[in-house]
Design a binder for this molecule. Structure first.
Ligand SMILES: Cc1cc2nc3c(=O)[nH]c(=O)nc-3n(C[C@H](O)[C@H](O)[C@H](O)COP(=O)(O)OP(=O)(O)OC[C@H]3O[C@@H](n4cnc5c(N)ncnc54)[C@H](O)[C@@H]3O)c2cc1C
Length: 385
């Protein structure tokens, strides 16, 4: 499939960019990866009065952090009831931490960057079931939505039943939407004068106290590696714990206004769409349908996945769509669904493996990584140390 461009980037206007690292430098801390997670680590470290150098191989949020669905959802990739079943009560603690991170974003970013519109989890996709199998899956998913809602209610987290023009499911009023590229560049701009941030600086080797890049070596006692996709390539010792996959999306020309009042995800969250204020849809999905082919470090969009997402887009739009942008990006998956927050060398803590849902969990992991590296505090049990 020819070419790739990212629908979100149209709104990143006037980004001045940061210069590459210029030779060897020393700081208290070095953060590798300037996506939303790495930027949260930078924010936490400068808040502690430490000098910080942040590095990214490309632009700020050149990876998934600037190329995702822009869903700001409470909790990890697993729905709350599934996460509790898998990890125990600490899953609820992580859910609360992600909501706290979302409140922090709303408080610190300009109005409009975070849209506090909630989210809808649908059973199936909008429109009638495609066949008997789809109808049966949808009935099972209605029951799963009820179990999901029960777990949220039991822990005092807001949820409402949804039965509306898009179908049946649940509405989560605490969730929000963002343009992820705008979110990350806005955070980087806020931090610009408090830390030395460098783009187009690829890290080649990491050791205790030393980060070797294409443009010089950084010496720092604390190193946070905030790379979700391709973490296994950057730190080969983690290759058995985190695996890189590609996820793909597309953007459409504007469709009927207010078709999607908030981020919508259906088919157990595998297919998803968000409508921007300009009426365009940003749509992704199909991870379950193309799992084997998508275990790759390539970020090029592919025809079979894009065809599936185009179908999802038409269902979400309620009619045919015109696609204007198509792209892919890398994310990390872990075997038990718990993200990593792990010390890989003295003072070097790596985070990642958010299983496709790192917009809020990533910054929570970043703060845990800083606490691990600076204070020696063990990460909470919802992270794999
Ligand atoms: C298509 C898609 C849709 C998604 N939708 C959602 C969603 O709606 N909600 C949600 O919560 N999550 C979603 N995710 C997952 C989410 O995007 C990621 O979990 C999250 O963005 C990870 O952010 P990060 O900052 O940890 O890492 P990344 O975004 O992976 O950032 C890592 C940064 O490190 C840099 N880097 C990599 N290697 C090096 C190196 N050697 N040297 C220097 N820099 C390096 C990269 O350039 C990049 O900027 C989606 C992901 C994709 C791909």
């Amino acid at each position: 499939m020819a070419g790739s461009s990212v629908g979100w980037d149209d709104a990143v206007t006037g980004w001045p960019g940061f210069s590459p690292l210029a030779g060897d430098r020393t700081a208290d801390a070095c953060v590798i990866g300037l996506g939303a997670s790495g930027l949260a680590a930078v924010e936490d470290l400068v808040g502690r009065g430490l000098s910080v150098i942040g590095l990214d191989a490309g632009r700020v949020a050149a990876g998934a952090a600037g190329r995702n669905g822009g869903f700001l959802l409470g909790g990890p990739a697993l729905f709350l009831h599934d996460a509790i079943a898998a990890w125990g009560p600490s899953a609820v603690d992580l859910y609360r931490e992600t909501l706290a991170e979302l409140r922090h974003l709303k408080e610190t970013l300009s109005p409009g960057v975070v849209r506090p519109v909630g989210s809808i989890r649908l059973a199936g996709l909008p429109g009638p079931p495609t066949d008997e199998g789809d109808a049966a899956d949808r009935a099972a998913e209605v029951a799963d939505c009820a179990a999901h809602a029960a777990a949220l209610r039991e822990h005092g987290i807001a949820v409402e039943d949804y039965d509306g023009p898009l179908g049946r499911g649940i509405f989560l009023p605490d969730d929000a939407a963002t343009n992820p590229a705008v979110r990350a560049t806005a955070i980087a701009a806020r931090l610009e004068h408090r830390a030395a941030l460098h783009e187009n600086t690829s890290v080649r080797r990491i050791a205790a106290g030393r980060v070797v890049t294409s443009h010089g070596t950084v010496s720092a006692g604390v190193v946070v590696v905030a790379v979700d996709g391709r973490l296994d390539a950057l730190i080969p010792s983690l290759a058995r714990r985190v695996r890189t996959a590609r996820l793909q999306m597309l953007t459409t020309a504007p469709v009927s206004a207010s078709r999607l009042p908030c981020p919508v995800y259906g088919r157990h969250g595998y297919d998803y769409a968000q409508q921007g204020a300009d009426g365009r849809l940003h749509v992704g999905g199909g991870r379950d349908r193309f799992e084997q082919a998508e275990w790759t470090a390539s970020t090029a969009p592919t025809e079979p996945v894009q065809r599936h997402i185009e179908d999802v887009a038409a269902r979400m739009a309620g009619g045919p769509v015109t696609v204007t942008h198509r792209w892919g990006a890398s994310v990390g998956f872990t075997a038990d669904g718990r993200p990593l927050c792990t010390e890989v060398a003295a003072g070097v803590v790596a985070i990642g493996g958010y299983n496709g849902t790192g917009n809020l969990v990533g910054p929570v992991a970043a703060r845990a990584a800083v606490a691990r590296a600076v204070d020696g505090t063990a990460p909470p049990p919802y992270f794999a140390a």
